[in-house]
Design a protein. Structure first.
Length: 300
């Protein structure tokens, strides 16, 4: 990789406890080929620079109106209007806004800049922790993800990758030796529902997972449970069939859908798409857990 290659990052979260074993630093890369109806990180989907607008923080000073070369911001007597279709992502309005009402969804960072943040947490990693690449889909920026992982290997930093699995299989041979643990989203074993709710066919995802396993990659299957969508026998059966076919899968995790991601649509100028009826109850989760245990799956 050239020294000045830039990686498109939405956020770096420090001291994470749920993105792999031990204490982790999670780096969210921008861009995802899926459009899951339950996405919790909608700002990571598009590769484009998007300006997040938080109306509750706006003090109506008009600085953004004055600097925007495209006339995307307008102030009326009682509202701040932001026409995102006009925005070209120059960030002039973000720099001019003193109240924090505007934020860029994307930062361009070098490997060195990312690892400068990561290294601050290193003293807390112990034997288990390290960096987790997340997103979006980290492999939507394949060369950048590989460059970051290679440098982590060189520095002896533990690595995990949270992935939807939908990426170019030609990178797998290079990728697998660089990742200690794949946190693999397995969204729905029913192909038609998978296409309906994520926008893509699952065949490629399953092929990539099986190839990672065949290459010796260690994985955890993370299954979001969406009531009324995938909490169904055919999905449970698909999880079981996958689990029994994998040699290096440590366990399966069930993650209950929550509606929080929906409110993250608002700063992007979209409607809150959180669906309360999709939230499983504790009893629903218990039922799913018991079904999967009966099918011989190791759950965590
Ligand atoms: S990022 Fe640039 S083009 Fe977009 S709204 Fe702000 S100032 Fe205007
Ligand atoms: S610069 Fe910030 S605070 Fe001022 S009007 Fe624009 S968004 Fe609101
Ligand atoms: S794979 Fe993840 S980041 Fe991509 S759309 Fe689905 S939930 Fe969102």
């Amino acid at each position: 990789m050239k020294k000045d290659n830039l990686i498109s990052v939405t956020e770096i979260q420090r001291f994470c406890m749920h993105d792999g074993p031990g204490v982790r630093t999670t780096v969210f890369l921008k861009g995802c080929p899926l459009r899951c109806a339950w996405c919790h990180n909608p700002e990571t989907q598009s590769t484009a620079q998007q300006i997040l607008y938080y109306p509750q923080k706006c003090i109506g000073c008009g600085a953004c109106v004055a600097v925007c070369p495209r006339g995307a911001h307008r102030l009326t007597e009682d509202a701040h209007l932001f026409d995102r279709a006009l925005c070209q992502g120059c960030r002039a309005c973000v720099a001019a806004c003193c109240s924090g009402a505007l934020e860029p969804s994307r930062k361009e960072m070098t490997v060195e800049e990312i690892l400068t943040v990561v290294e601050k947490d290193r003293a807390f990693y112990g034997a288990l922790g390290g960096i987790t690449l997340s997103g979006g889909e980290p492999m939507a920026q394949p060369e950048n993800a590989l460059a970051l992982l290679r440098e982590c290997r060189r520095r002896g930093i533990g690595t995990a990758m949270e992935t939807c699995g939908y990426f170019d299989a030609s990178y797998l041979e290079a990728l697998v030796p660089l990742v200690d643990l794949f946190l693999w989203d397995f969204k729905d074993g029913n192909p038609a529902r998978h296409r309906e709710y994520t926008g893509v066919d699952p065949a490629r995802i399953r092929q990539n997972l099986c190839r990672v396993d065949a290459l010796g990659g260690v994985s955890v299957l993370r299954c979001i449970m969406v009531k009324g969508v995938n909490m169904q026998e055919d999905h449970y059966e698909a999880i079981a069939s996958l689990w029994h076919s994998l040699q290096h899968c440590k366990h399966v995790e069930l993650l209950p859908y929550h509606a929080y991601g929906g409110s993250k649509m608002i700063p992007l100028g979209m409607e809150d798409n959180g669906r309360r009826e999709w939230i499983p109850s504790e009893e629903d989760m218990e039922t799913a857990k018991n079904i999967l245990i009966k099918k011989g799956i190791r759950l965590k």
